[in-house]
Design a protein around this ligand. Structure first.
Ligand code: G3P
Length: 236
């Protein structure tokens, strides 16, 4: 499963990118507005930090202007993926931008029928919003399951399911069990995925026991001591 981070906060992206776990970024007009910054400037900075797909959403409603906006956004950086809404105009724009060779992330998907249309429009990604369905007592993960069932039935469908509107780690885990290609994860949820009380407790116990030995790895004599570089190993 690929991990994208769902934010336009450059500091958050920089911090999480340093973990080596980020495969891309998704933004949307609300996330960009939250930064209070210039959209194009923010996109340039994000694209310099994360080499993977960076989703930037058009704001027009008619397909001609969506295409113009999408082509402008795609000029910001090679790794820009243009986000278009799951509307008739959005899918027309998706087809046109895809024919330009621009990756399109079709967003605001809430039904299997919509996901099928996005695939037929040639979308690189479709973003089903699981959290917003859960918010109204509809099973968001059930939508992921239905979309994966449909997409897996047609080898010619290359659209990747990009699970969006993630509210907690279980959304990521359960979507991964279904084979969803990507999850776009808010920074707080991504950080929560690291946490387990038994890990913290176990580490404390290891280090308490280690401290009793009075030893230090940095001080124990080792052959080739003078050189801090990694020893020769065949890289994976
Ligand atoms: O950015 C797309 C999607 O992940 C946003 O969902 O519900 O957190 O606003 P939400």
């Amino acid at each position: 499963m690929k991990f994208f981070v769902d934010t336009a906060d450059v500091a958050e992206i920089k911090d999480l990118a340093s973990t080596g776990l980020l495969d891309g970024v998704t933004t949307n007009p609300s996330l960009v507005a939250k930064t209070g910054r210039d959209f194009i400037e923010v996109l340039k900075e994000i694209c310099d930090i994360v080499p993977g797909p960076v989703s930037a959403e058009v704001t027009a409603l008619d397909h001609a202007t969506m295409v113009t906006e999408g082509r402008r956004l795609a000029k910001v950086a090679d790794n820009i993926a243009v986000k278009a809404p799951l509307t008739p105009d959005g899918l027309k724009a998706c087809r046109a931008l895809t024919d330009d060779g621009i990756q399109v992330n079709v967003t605001l998907c809430f039904s299997p029928a919509q996901a099928l249309l996005a695939a037929k429009a040639g979308a690189a990604f479709v973003s089903p919003f699981v959290g917003r369905l859960d918010d109204i007592a509809i099973d968001g993960l059930g939508l992921i399951s239905e979309i994966m069932e449909i997409y897996n039935a047609y080898p010619e469908i290359t659209t990747e399911v990009l699970v969006a509107s993630v509210r907690h780690p279980i959304h990521v885990v359960e979507a991964a069990k279904m084979g969803a290609h990507v999850a776009t994860i808010p920074p707080g949820v991504l950080r929560a995925m690291f946490k387990h009380p038994l890990t913290d407790r176990g580490l404390d116990a290891f280090l308490n026991d280690w401290a009793k030995t009075g030893q230090s790895i940095l001080k124990q004599p080792v052959a080739g001591d003078s050189d801090d570089r990694a020893p020769e190993r065949r890289r994976a």
